[in-house]
Each structure stands twice: as structure tokens, then as C-alpha cells.
Design a protein around this ligand. Structure first.
Ligand code: GRF
Length: 199
């Protein structure tokens, strides 16, 4: 399956996906392009170092729809079938979601539906939960809402800071995103209501 990855920053999940594709763990797939909406994204260098084509498509004062339209064109040009958001910090337009039905995934650093949005790890600490984690899910039009592909729990320690918790969750994110994609690229799943059922 041809994969396109969208990033805005560090790109550690992108690297995990690229390496899993390159070593065959994510079966029969290619990462065709990594696209960033930020020129400063550290992930761009990491993608290039791994031989992946990169593009920077900034918003440049355009509407969300105009910005997304340019990204869609570049993805379609490369026959991308699966779009993986990996720390991509922008909402997608309805048109983007329509162009890739059930073919856009995201990773979020909480056990959804808890702690949606920004600073999920800080939200978990402030709430006082004892367990949080990470979620790989399909992307729909609502924030951190689409059908859940995979989840992993991570314990919260009494002395955790946002940073220590985020770092511990991140290690699990990499493995979980790869595990989720390993299953998605086999195409042997169906979505019934909100449930992703693997056959
Ligand atoms: C990760 O914590 C991911 O869950 C969230 O944004 C962060 C991106 O990190 N959506 P990286 O760019 O993949 O290193």
C-alpha cells in the first residue's frame, strides 16, 4: 500500500513508520512522500536521511480548503492510498476526509475518548488518572474522534511530570502505530458502526 505521512514537527512516529515499512514489518508497502506544513519541522531531515521524498506545503494565508487541496493533489499524484498523520497539527477539511474514506489514520497520546486535543499528557496528569496511554484511530471530521484501531495503556506514576509521562507514552506510540498499520495494510478489516473489526 502506498503511504503518505503528514507531519508538523519532530517526526518520531513518522520515523517509526518509515523504518517498519523499510524493514518489511509493515508488509508490502511504501512511504511515497512525507509532507510537512512547517518548513522548520525536524522530521523533514529524518525523512530525507531515510531516502523518502519530502515536501513542504505551508498554509501561506490560504483557507484550510485551499491548503488541503494542494496536499491532496500531491498525494494523488503519487497514488497514495493511506494517509498517516504523525504529529500533524492541523485539522483536515471535509474534502480531505472525503478523498480518503477510512484511509486516514492518526496517533493520539491518550486513551480516547479521554483527553482529546492538545496537551493530552498534561490533561491526564491534571485529572489525576492512574492509567493513560495512546490510541491509533481513523480520522473523521471531529477532533480525535474516528473509529479506534488500536490502544495501549501506560501507567501514570505519582512523580510523573508532563515530560516524563509524554516520553513514556511516546515509546509505546511508535510500537502501537506500527502494529495498527501492520493490520490496516492487510485490508482485512471492516468498520461496523464505530468498531474496527479485523477478520
Ligand atoms: C505524538 O505525541 C503524537 O501522539 C501526537 O503528536 C506527537 C507527535 O510526535 N499526535 P512526533 O512528531 O511523532 O515525534
Amino acid at each position: 500500500m502506498k503511504i503518505g505521512i503528514l507531519i508538523s514537527g519532530r517526526g518520531s512516529n513518522m520515523v517509526a513508520i518509515v523504518e517498519a515499512v523499510q524493514n518489511g514489518l509493515i508488509f508490502d508497502s511504501d512511504v511515497s512522500v512525507v509532507i510537512s506544513d512547517k518548513t522548520s519541522a525536524e522530521g523533514l531531515t529524518k525523512a530525507k536521511e531515510r531516502g523518502i521524498e519530502t515536501l513542504v506545503i505551508t498554509r501561506k494565508g490560504r483557507t484550510r480548503e485551499e491548503h488541503d487541496a494542494e496536499i491532496i493533489i500531491e498525494l494523488k499524484k503519487r497514488d497514495v492510498e493511506l494517509v498517516c498523520l504523525a504529529g500533524y497539527m492541523r485539522f483536515l477539511s471535509s474534502e480531505f476526509i472525503r478523498q480518503f474514506p477510512n484511509r486516514i489514520t492518526n496517533i493520539h497520546p491518550s486513551l480516547l475518548p479521554s483527553f482529546k486535543g492538545l496537551d493530552a499528557q498534561r490533561q491526564a496528569i491534571e485529572y489525576g488518572v492512574k492509567v493513560t496511554g495512546c490510541t491509533v484511530h481513523f480520522v473523521d471530521e471531529d477532533l480525535d474522534h474516528g473509529a479506534i484501531i488500536a490502544q495501549k495503556t501506560v501507567e501514570v506514576f505519582d512523580d510523573d511530570t508532563t515530560e516524563s509521562l509524554a516520553a513514556r507514552i511516546l515509546e509505546h506510540e511508535h510500537a502501537l502505530y506500527v502494529e495498527g498499520l501492520t493490520r490496516i495494510v492487510k485490508r482485512n478489516f471492516e468498520i461496523v458502526g464505530r468498531k474496527v473489526i479485523f477478520k
